[in-house]
Every structure is written in structure tokens, then in C-alpha cells.
Design a protein around this ligand. Structure first.
Ligand SMILES: Cc1ncc(C[n+]2csc(CCOP(=O)(O)OP(=O)(O)O)c2C)c(N)n1
Length: 463
């Protein structure tokens, strides 16, 4: 466990209280009014998780920071600038909001032009991990090999629950982050349960931090995510550790899940004693005790609470009055081409111009086969575009199992053409994250069959 250095005075506790009360008010209005009225069809409460996420959000101040979130990450999103009206429009499937009303409304993202981004996510637990590691590799590459100072000190953070540590994505990401020493923070919100399955079945002994203590190249932080003092200290230490490029880190914060997994879940699998214990462990109660009257007066707190309810109510009304998503833009988005749809990621978003090309054949005396054609194409592209990275299993020194990358590593270096760990989920997930970071990844999967473990990441990119 890391030491409890005091961070009093460095955090705007009034702002923490404001966002936390707002998040609570939004959850309450959804649970008490909008779901019963069928205006919101699917709801995930963040009750209990708010404090840790808000404190994390306040530590994401670098314009090139990225967070890979999950369905319970709304307090983080509110801290990073999501408006209550957009939040509610998302789960009402109205225009505006995360995906312009085109998904179930809890699958979040935030493009963040020159401010911290929330990477696009999908609903499959575990899929948030490997893309974020790819983004971290883009941070590293830009800094080290493109001399792009603007990425100095940036980090990539991945939020996940205690259930998510059992997934392929988690382990694949952990392997990549630790073998490559990338600026990644694994941020585990441990509420003791997946849906109804307890953390004892997700990792031996139910504590991922304890199990990973001997994992090489990974700094572990662990503590109480409901305690303002302890959580803020640990979050501050862990983000600083990663930013200062001391290596990847994992922080596990225990939090109560104060309502069911989602609205439909009545928590019948928890006994009364546990439910009562969790309610007592509410971080909102603890924050009030901690901040009033030292950082906020009792009067101010009451006013913030009242205002939050009003804001949530007005936001819900406004969101409900928004138009439905415009179906015509969905079609034009796909037909008008790449640069139109890319807000972040890929070379075109950063002004890449394709070189002039010709369809005129240039016959050579000697015939070449398709593999040689691929190899030559890669060689040409690597030469003209320093954001192209070529990687996969055995792609480096060996030159690929089919020889499609033969000689490319010795010509362009290990930072451009490299071997990966044996994880197709990792290879494709990393590619997604590298693309979010502005790179142009070229990933090799050795045989068609071996793309199967990467199906999740391939599908999430919309292919
Ligand atoms: C790949 C996949 N399997 C199953 C589910 C269904 N599911 C949604 S959330 C969840 C539990 C996740 O628990 P945890 O990671 O601890 O997060 P928490 O909800 O507790 O914050 C499950 C099993 C899913 N979304 N994705």
C-alpha cells in the first residue's frame, strides 16, 4: 500500500462536491422518474463510484491524456465536461450526447480536441483495455521518435470493475503495458461484484492488487475509494508515477455499489447486512463529513444539493424535448469519406496528404508474387510516412512467417517494425489505440483463423 501523503489544500473540494451531488441527482431522477416513465430504457447508476472517478478526472489535465472508460463512468465524464443535458440525451436516445442517440446511451466517448479524450468504447466488458495501451504506445512513439513535445507527460488511463480483471483484454493489456513500460494506469473500481458474481470468482482471493504485487514492472496502489483523504492521495501518487514515466501502474480502489448492477437488478443476491454496510459506506456521506465546514460551509452544501436537483430536472426536460437523431446524417457520414468522420485519430485528422499516385503499370522483367508486392508496398509506405508502424507476431527480426516484412526491421528500426506478444486481441486492440493516437498501424495476423481471438476488437471498430 502506498503511503498516505496529505493532499489537503490541493483539491477543490467544493467542486468535487458539486459534481458528486450532480451525478447523484442525475442517477436519482433516472431511477425515480425517467426509467419508470420509460423515457430512459437502460440505466447504470454510478452511486458509490463517484468520488474516485471525480478525483481521477481532476487529475487528467494534460491535453493529450486519454481515458478508456466503461458504462459506469459518468462521474468521470461530468468532471471532464459532459453537460447534464447531453448525459441525459444519451440515455434517452435523443440527438446530441455520446453517440447522437445511436446506442444504448451508456457507451461513452469524448473527442476532446486539445483536452483529455475519452476513447470510444463498446459494451463488452474487457474491450476497453487494449486500445488504451495502443494509445499509450502512440504517446511514447510521438515523444521518443517524432520529437513531439506536446505528448510529454501525457498518460492513458483505463477504468474497469473488479469483474473486468478476469477478461482476456485485461491480461493482454497488462502484458503489453509492462513489457513495453508504457504510460498506462489501470484504474480498478472494486465494488465486490460483477453483476451478481463476487470478486472471489474473478481473481483468486478477490483482490487483484494483492495478486499483481509480484508482477514485474507494475507499480501497485490500493485503498479505500470512499475516503476523500486516502483516495485523493493514492490517485495523485499513481497518476504522477505514470506521468513521470516511472512505468505502468495499477490502482485498486474499493467502492460500494449502492444500487443494483443496472436499474433492472434488485440485488436480491446480497444479504441485508451487506446492503446496510454498503449504504453506510456511501462516499457522499464521507465527503460531507470531510469537507463541511472546513472546505464548504453547511449552507453552501445544502445550496449545491438543491441546485443539483434543479439542474438535473431541467436537463431531463430539455433532453426529452430534443429531436430524435437525424437518420440522414448517418448515411452521409459513411459516404462522404474518412476525414469527415474522424474527429480524433488516424493520419487524416492531422492533415496527412496522400502522395500523388498513378494506376499506370510499371512492368518489370522479373515477376513478383503477392507477398513480395506486400513487402514492397510496406517498404514504400514506411519510407514516406513516419506514422506508419508495422507489427505482429514474428514480424521483426524474422521478417514474418510469410516473409512479408523481410528486412524491414533492419532498414527502419525496432520502433517502426516490431514483434508483439502472442495475443491477437492485443494486436488489434493496440492498433485501434495507436490509430486514436494519430498513428497508422499496419498489423499482421499470421493466418485467418488466428484473427478469431481479435473478433471483439475488429467488431468494435465497426468493420
Ligand atoms: C464480454 C461481456 N460479457 C458479459 C457482459 C455482461 N455484463 C455487463 S457488466 C457485467 C459485470 C461487470 O462487472 P465489473 O467489471 O466488476 O464492473 P461493475 O459493473 O461492477 O462496475 C457483466 C457480466 C458484458 N457486458 N460483456
Amino acid at each position: 500500500m502506498a503511503s498516505k501523503k496529505s493532499v489537503k489544500g490541493t483539491i477543490d473540494w467544493k467542486e468535487v462536491a458539486r459534481i458528486m451531488l450532480l451525478s447523484r441527482a442525475i442517477d436519482n431522477i433516472e431511477e425515480n422518474e425517467l426509467v419508470p416513465e420509460k423515457k430512459v430504457l437502460y440505466q447504470f447508476s454510478a452511486k458509490g463510484h463517484e468520488l474516485a472517478q471525480i478525483l481521477l478526472g481532476m487529475k487528467l489535465h494534460h491535453p493529450k491524456d486519454a481515458a478508456s472508460a466503461y458504462y459506469r463512468s459518468r462521474p468521470l465524464m461530468l468532471t471532464l465536461g459532459l453537460t447534464p443535458e447531453d448525459a441525459l440525451a444519451s440515455d434517452m436516445a435523443k440527438s446530441g450526447g455520446y453517440s447522437d442517440g445511436r446506442d444504448i446511451g451508456v457507451v461513452c466517448n469524448m473527442a476532446g480536441d486539445n483536452s483529455p479524450k475519452v476513447l470510444p468504447m463498446a459494451g463488452d466488458v474487457g474491450s476497453q483495455y487494449t486500445p488504451a495501451v495502443g494509445y499509450a504506445q502512440a504517446i511514447e512513439y510521438r515523444q521518443e521518435h517524432l520529437q513531439d513535445e506536446s505528448y510529454q507527460g501525457a498518460l492513458s488511463v483505463i477504468l474497469g470493475g473488479d469483474g473486468s480483471v478476469a477478461t482476456n483484454g485485461f491480461w493482454s493489456a497488462l502484458t503489453m503495458a509492462t513489457t513495453l513500460n508504457l504510460p498506462v494506469l489501470f484504474f480498478i473500481e472494486d465494488n465486490g461484484y460483477g453483476i451478481s458474481v463476487s470478486s472471489e470468482l474473478q481473481t483468486p482471493g478477490g483482490n487483484i492488487a494483492n495478486n499483481l504485487r509480484s508482477f514485474k514492472n507494475l507499480r501497485i496502489f490500493s485503498g479505500d475509494g470512499t475516503s476523500p483523504e486516502e483516495a485523493s492521495s493514492l490517485i495523485s501518487q499513481s497518476t504522477t508515477y505514470v506521468r513521470e514515466r516511472k512505468g505502468p501502474a495499477l490502482i485498486r480502489l474499493t467502492v460500494p455499489r449502492l444500487t443494483g448492477h443496472s436499474y433492472q437488478d434488485n440485488q436480491a443476491y446480497k444479504d441485508e447486512k451487506l446492503l446496510k454496510k454498503e449504504l453506510k459506506n456511501d462516499p457522499l456521506i464521507k465527503l460531507k463529513k470531510f469537507a463541511v465546514p472546513n472546505s464548504i460551509s453547511g449552507k453552501e452544501w445544502d445550496l449545491l444539493e438543491k441546485k443539483s436537483k434543479q439542474i438535473a430536472k431541467r436537463a431531463a426536460e430539455n433532453a426529452w424535448n430534443r429531436t430524435d437523431p437525424d437518420q440522414t446524417t448517418l448515411k452521409s457520414t459513411f459516404s462522404t469519406g474518412y476525414s469527415e468522420i474522424q474527429k480524433i485519430g488516424g493520419p487524416f485528422a492531422e492533415g496527412y496528404q496522400k502522395p500523388d499516385s498513378t494506376t499506370e503499370p510499371k512492368p518489370e522483367k522479373q515477376r513478383i508474387n503477392i507477398v513480395e508486392a506486400v513487402r514492397r508496398t510496406l517498404e514504400y509506405e514506411l519510407e514516406i510516412n513516419d506514422k506508419i508502424l508495422v507489427f505482429g507476431e514474428d514480424v521483426g527480426a524474422k521478417g514474418g512467417v510469410h516473409a512479408a516484412t523481410l528486412g524491414l526491421q533492419s532498414k527502419f528500426g525496432e520502433h517502426r517494425v516490431f514483434d508483439t506478444s502472442l495475443s491477437e486481441e492485443g494486436i488489434i486492440g493496440r492498433s485501434v489505440g495507436l490509430a486514436y493516437g494519430g498513428m497508422m498501424p499496419v498489423a499482421e495476423i499470421q493466418f485467418r483463423k488466428y484473427a478469431d481471438p481479435a473478433t471483439e476488437q475488429l467488431k468494435n471498430t465497426g468493420t
